[in-house]
Design a protein around this ligand. Structure first.
Ligand code: XIL
Length: 701
C-alpha cells in the first residue's frame, strides 16, 4: 500500500453493518443516502445533513487525513478528510427509480505530486468515467471536486465499480439523491416557453418545446427570412419570428419564484444602428428603461438574452412594454420555476455567458483563438467545458492525447480513440485542429530510445522509429489535422539545442554537424506524410530569453536554408501576473516574424501563484507549484485581468504577424498549473479577465 502517513488508520472492509439502520432501503419511497468514506462516526455537514460512516465498499482500506488540512472549494472540508481507497466497488440497496449521484473527491495523499499520478476508472450504474484523475479534475491537490451523475436503479441496487489505472482509486464521500423527491418538492409549475410570432410549436436544440405566439395584448407578429444567420445562439430559429408593437404580455402561473429569460435579436432591415429602436419594459416590477437590442447584442442579427429573477404573488406573470423610439419587439419568453428545495439535485448546466460576445467572433478579423482540449471536453464527460469550447473557440489543440506516450504507448500499439474523439469534436464544431506534438523529450516513453534488450538505440534505429511514428500518426489524420507541432521544446535557455533531449543526444551523436538532423528529418517526414499540413516549431520562454528566441530563429533559418517546409513558430507563453515584459514579447514576435513564418501564441495561461517555480518545464510542475490559496481573491483576479489585457494589446498590435492564440485549457479547473490562470472560472463562468480581453478589441475599433 502506498498510502502511508502520520494520521492514518487502516482496516480492510468487508461486511456491511450500518446499512439496514441508516438508509431507507426497505421503505417504498427512497431517502437520500449519504456516506462519508473512511469515517467511523456519522458526520453532520454545514447544511445539517447527516452522513453515515464508511460502509458498502468491497475491498480496499480507509485512511484519515490530518484534521488541520485545508480543502479548497467546499464549505465542508471535513467531508474530504477521510477516504476509502483501493476498493473494487461500492454498492447499496435502494428502491428502483431515478437518482442524482454525487461523488466527492479531493487529492490529499502526499505521495501524489501532479496530474497523471493517480488515474483510475469507475462505472456508476453504467456511466463510465475512464481515466479519472482527481488532481486534474480539481485543479490541484487538497481541492474538492464533485462528480454529479444522473442514474437510474432498476434492480434494487446502486453500484459503482472502480478500476485502478495508475495508482489506487480513492473517494471521500457518496451521496445518492432520489430525483422524484427533488422534483415533487418543486412548485407544481412547469416551465413556460413561448416563441413570439410563431404559428407552430418549436423544438429547440436541447429538446425543449416552445409554444406558439400567445399571451400578448396588441401589436402584430412577423416571420423573418429562415435563411438569416443569428450569431451567439445554438437556436437561430428561435429568433426568426417576433411579436412587435405590443402593449403587454401576460400568463397565469402559480405563485412562486421564477427565472425569466427574454430573447431578443434585431432582425428588421429598417434598423441600421444603435439608438434606432429603443423601448422600455417592466417585468413584474423590474424596470428596463431605454432598452436597445442593437446596443445590447452588439449589432444586428445577434442573440441577446435578458435574465430576470422575479416573484409571482397574484397568480399572474406580466410584462408591460412602452415605446420610446420605434416599436418594442421580442422573440421569445421563458419562465422557469425556481426550486426552493434541494439545490444539490440541480444538474442544469451553468449558462456559460449566454448573452456575451464570444472570443471567436470578436477576434474573427484578427487571428484564430482557441484552447487546449483534454479528453473530458472532447468525449462529452465535461459538457460545460465543451459548451465553452464550442461557443468561444475557432481552433483547438489536443492537450495530451496526441503525445507519443498516449497515442503510441507501446512499440506495436497505437491508441487512436481519444485522438479520434478530439478530431471529431473539432470537425463538428468547425475548429482549426492542431496536432501536438510529434517529437519531444517530454511525455515520450522510455522504450522509444531503447532496443529490446534495453540498450540505447543507434542513430539509424532511432531515426527509423521516428519516421515510422510520424508517418503513422500524421498519415492517419492526413487532410484533417491542419497544423502539427512537429518539434516541441528542443532548445535550452541559452539558445543552444537542449542536451537533455535523447533525440539530440542519439541522433546528433554529439556532433555540431548533426545537431539539427532530428529536427530536419521530423519536418521532412511530417511533410511527406501530409503535404498540406502546416508545420510548426513550438517552445516556451521565447519571450523571456532573447538567446532562446534567437535559437528558434536559427532553427527556422536552418530549415529554410535546406528547403524544408516550416510554417510557423509557437510561442507557448506560459505567463505570470508580472511577466513576461512587453519588450521581450515584442522582440520574440518581431524577430520570429522577420524570418517569414507565422507566429502563434500556443499555450497561453497566466499563473496566479506568485511564489515558487514559474517555468513551463512539465517535470517541475507538482503539488507545490500548483497550490495557490490566493488564486480566487479579488486582487488576484484584477491583476489577472490587467495582465491579460496587456498581453492581448500586444497581440492586437501585431495581428498581421500572429495567426493564432490558444489558451492552455478551457476553464480554471482544467488547467495544468492550478490556481486561476484562464478566462473562465471553476464554474465555467467568464471572469473579469474575459471582459478585459474582449475590451481590448472593442477599444481597438
Ligand atoms: C501539459 C499538459 O497540460 C498536462 O496535462 C500534462 O500532464 C503535462 O503536459 N508545454 C507543452 C504541453 O508543450 O504539452 C504541456 O502540457 C505544458 C508545457
Amino acid at each position: 500500500m502506498k498510502n502511508k502517513k502520520l494520521f492514518y488508520v487502516i482496516f480492510l472492509s468487508s461486511t456491511v453493518l450500518w446499512f439496514a439502520a441508516s438508509t431507507a432501503a426497505s421503505e417504498p419511497s427512497a431517502a437520500t443516502v449519504r456516506i462519508k468514506a473512511g469515517a467511523y462516526e456519522p458526520f453532520t455537514d454545514s447544511n445539517g445533513n447527516v452522513w453515515q460512516p464508511d460502509q458498502g465498499f468491497e475491498g480496499g482500506a480507509t485512511i484519515e487525513r490530518n484534521p488541520e488540512l485545508e480543502i479548497d472549494g467546499t464549505k465542508d472540508p471535513e467531508l474530504f478528510l477521510s477516504e476509502h481507497y483501493a476498493m473494487d466497488s461500492f454498492s447499496c440497496k435502494i428502491p428502483n427509480g431515478k437518482y442524482i449521484a454525487k461523488l466527492y473527491f479531493a487529492e490529499t495523499f502526499e505521495g501524489i505530486n501532479g496530474p497523471g499520478e493517480r488515474v483510475f476508472s469507475y462505472n456508476v450504474q453504467g456511466h463510465e468515467f475512464k481515466d479519472f484523475d482527481i488532481w486534474a479534475k480539481a485543479g490541484g491537490p487538497e481541492r474538492a471536486y464533485i462528480e454529479t451523475v444522473p442514474v437510474e436503479v432498476n434492480n434494487g441496487e446502486f453500484r459503482i465499480v472502480f478500476t485502478s489505472q495508475i495508482e489506487n482509486p480513492a473517494i471521500n464521500a457518496i451521496e445518492i439523491i432520489p430525483k422524484t423527491a427533488a422534483e415533487t418538492s418543486k412548485p407544481s409549475a412547469a416551465t413556460v416557453r413561448i416563441k413570439a410570432g410563431a404559428y407552430e410549436p418549436f423544438t429547440d436544440s436541447n429538446g425543449n418545446v416552445w409554444q406558439p405566439d400567445q399571451g400578448f395584448e396588441g401589436g402584430a407578429t412577423i416571420d423573418r427570412d429562415p435563411e438569416l444567420d443569428i450569431a451567439g445562439t445554438k437556436d437561430p430559429e428561435l429568433f426568426l419570428s417576433e411579436h412587435y408593437a405590443m402593449d403587454s404580455f401576460s400568463c397565469k402561473i402559480p405563485n412562486g419564484k421564477y427565472i425569466v429569460k427574454l430573447y431578443f435579436a434585431e432582425t428588421f432591415e429598417g434598423i441600421y444602428g444603435p439608438g434606432e429602436r429603443v423601448f422600455s419594459f417592466n417585468v413584474q416590477g423590474h424596470e428596463f428603461k431605454d432598452f436597445d437590442i442593437w446596443a445590447k447584442a452588439g449589432g444586428p442579427e445577434r442573440a441577446y438574452i435578458e435574465t430576470v429573477p422575479v416573484e409571482v404573488t397574484n397568480g399572474e406573470f406580466r410584462i408591460v412594454f412602452t415605446t420610446q423610439i420605434e416599436n418594442p419587439e421580442i422573440n421569445a419568453i421563458e419562465i422557469i420555476p425556481q426550486t426552493a428545495t434541494d439545490k444539490s439535485a440541480d444538474v442544469s448546466e451553468p449558462a456559460a455567458g449566454q448573452n456575451m460576445p464570444t472570443l471567436k467572433d470578436v477576434f474573427k478579423d484578427y487571428f484564430l483563438i482557441g484552447g487546449a482540449l483534454n479528453r473530458g471536453v472532447v468525449t462529452g464527460r465535461d459538457p460545460n467545458a465543451a459548451a465553452i469550447a464550442e461557443k468561444q473557440f475557432s481552433t483547438a489543440t489536443a492537450e495530451n492525447d496526441m503525445k507519443w506516450q498516449l497515442i503510441h504507448p507501446q512499440l506495436n500499439r497505437y491508441n487512436w480513440e481519444p485522438a479520434d474523439s478530439f478530431m471529431e469534436f473539432c470537425e463538428k464544431n468547425n475548429m482549426f485542429p492542431i496536432g501536438h506534438c510529434l517529437v519531444w523529450h517530454g511525455q515520450t516513453p522510455r522504450w522509444v530510445f531503447r532496443d529490446d534488450s534495453g540498450n540505447t538505440l543507434t542513430r539509424d534505429a532511432l531515426l527509423a522509429r521516428m519516421k515510422d511514428h510520424i508517418m503513422t500518426v500524421v498519415g492517419r489524420y492526413k487532410g484533417r489535422i491542419k497544423g502539427w507541432d512537429v518539434v516541441n521544446e528542443a532548445l535550452a535557455e541559452d539558445g543552444k539545442l537542449g542536451s537533455r533531449s535523447q533525440w539530440l543526444r542519439i541522433i546528433g551523436e554529439g556532433s555540431e554537424d548533426k545537431q539539427y538532423d532530428f529536427i530536419e528529418n521530423a519536418f521532412r517526414w511530417a511533410h511527406e506524410a501530409d503535404p498540406d499540413a502546416e508545420l510548426y516549431y513550438n517552445d516556451y520562454n521565447l519571450e523571456s530569453s532573447k538567446a532562446k528566441c534567437n535559437g528558434a530563429v536559427a532553427i527556422v533559418k536552418h530549415l529554410k536554408s535546406k528547403g524544408i517546409r516550416i510554417d510557423g513558430v509557437g510561442i507557448q507563453l506560459h505567463s505570470g501576473l508580472s511577466y513576461p515584459s512587453i519588450e521581450g514579447l515584442e522582440y520574440a514576435i518581431t524577430s520570429l516574424a522577420d524570418t517569414g513564418v507565422k507566429v502563434m501564441i500556443t499555450e497561453l495561461d497566466i499563473r496566479t501563484r506568485t511564489r515558487g517555480y514559474r517555468g513551463a518545464d512539465i517535470s517541475r510542475i507538482n503539488r507545490e507549484s500548483t497550490s495557490d490559496s490566493n488564486a480566487e481573491n479579488e486582487q488576484t483576479q484584477q491583476r489577472l485581468a490587467e495582465k491579460y489585457a496587456e498581453l492581448f494589446s500586444v497581440f492586437v498590435k501585431h495581428k498581421k504577424d500572429i495567426s493564432r492564440v490558444t489558451f492552455w485549457g478551457v476553464y480554471d479547473a482544467t488547467s495544468w498549473i492550478g490556481g486561476s490562470p484562464l478566462l473562465f472560472d471553476r464554474n465555467c463562468q467568464p471572469k473579469q479577465a474575459f471582459d478585459a480581453v474582449i475590451k481590448v478589441v472593442q477599444d481597438d475599433n
